[in-house]
Design a protein around this ligand. Structure first.
Ligand code: R5P
Length: 312
């Protein structure tokens, strides 16, 4: 079966990195809009009988990128593709995996249903907000992690005197995973979310005084969580030289200004989403291209992805 890579408009540079890792060209595709704003998609080559991978993180603008992915999948299915995989390194709506007040949708479940209805046979994601999202899918979900890549990139900045900081209770397992790789202790910030932009850090569990903090999270969106955590760490007497690592550096709204005002020495992230924000501190981007490229190669040739994860 022939392998075809098609990239939506959400992150062409990452798609090029993945294609480069596989030594393939991206398939031909045109995406334009009718005057009323409707999307129009046309695949420029045959995909009949092919094993197709659609590279499209559903990053902001989430609705636009999600719809593009759904239309791409439908086009592939109707054009006779044998198998369609969605490569969605960052999956939008993943945070809305349950109801918190009672009159809300479970949006992550709706997104999972839409992907499957559009004809997607498999999803490949990286560091999902919660691993249990897999349960929303009937189709296979391959879940990769960028933690080994980010931990190695952070190692020279963090040193022996570091402490891995989970900025909320939800990221504790992630923090433990970084800490195990780096041989460092873990501290946990107790966070309360006040709104989409505002969070409050109430207390810190663990010893941070005189230590260099390494704050990790699956995503940094408005920067509110990191801001509150860093301020709490400073108040608790940490060394004011902070390293931050996050798989998905969305940096929306005023995130850049917020983070620039903090003693952050380096922000390490991946290219799972494209950013435009300018930051006043060093940002290091580790590409997911080789990892995702190898995962696609293994899936296409029927080899284990679990072995790839175990080898990392
Ligand atoms: C929440 O549980 C997530 O892991 C992140 O901590 C959060 O989504 C980051 O958002 P923001 O940067 O807007 O605080």
């Amino acid at each position: 079966m022939e392998l075809t890579l098609l990239a939506g408009s959400a992150n062409r540079p990452l798609a090029q990195m993945i294609a480069g890792a596989l030594r393939l060209d991206l398939g031909r595709l045109t995406i334009n809009r009718f005057p009323d704003g409707e999307l129009h998609i046309e695949i420029g080559e045959s995909v009949r009988g092919h094993d197709v991978y659609l590279i499209q993180p559903t990053s902001p603008p989430v609705g636009e990128h999600l719809l593009e992915l759904l239309l791409l999948a439908d086009a592939c299915r109707r054009a006779g593709a044998a198998h369609v995989s969605a490569v969605v390194p960052y999956l939008g709506y993943a945070r809305q995996d349950r109801r918190t007040t009672g009159r809300e949708p479970v949006s992550a479940r709706v997104v999972a249903d839409l992907l499957q209805t559009a004809g997607i046979n498999r999803v490949l994601a990286v560091d999902l907000h919660v691993a249990s999202l897999e349960g929303f899918f009937h189709i296979p979900l391959e879940h990769l992690t960028a933690v080994p890549l980010l931990a190695e990139a952070a190692r020279p900045n963090v040193g022996d005197n570091g402490v891995v900081v989970s900025p909320d209770l939800g990221a504790v397992k992630l923090a433990e995973s970084y800490a195990a790789r780096l041989g460092l202790p873990v501290a946990i910030v107790h966070k309360t979310r006040l709104s989409g932009q505002e969070v409050r850090a109430e207390r810190i569990v663990g010893d941070v005084r005189g230590r260099r903090p390494f704050v990790i999270d699956d995503m940094v969106s408005t920067g509110g969580t990191i801001e509150a955590s860093v301020n709490a760490l400073l108040a608790a007497g940490c060394i004011p030289e902070v390293t931050v690592a996050t798989t998905h550096g969305l940096l929306v709204g005023t995130a850049a200004q917020r983070l620039s005002a903090l003693p952050i020495r380096r922000l390490i992230t991946t290219d799972s989403v494209q950013r435009s924000a300018e930051l006043s501190f060093a940002i290091e981007v580790v590409s997911l291209g080789p990892l995702v490229g190898e995962a696609i190669d293994r899936l296409h040739t029927g080899r284990s992805v679990g072995d790839l994860i175990a080898r990392q």
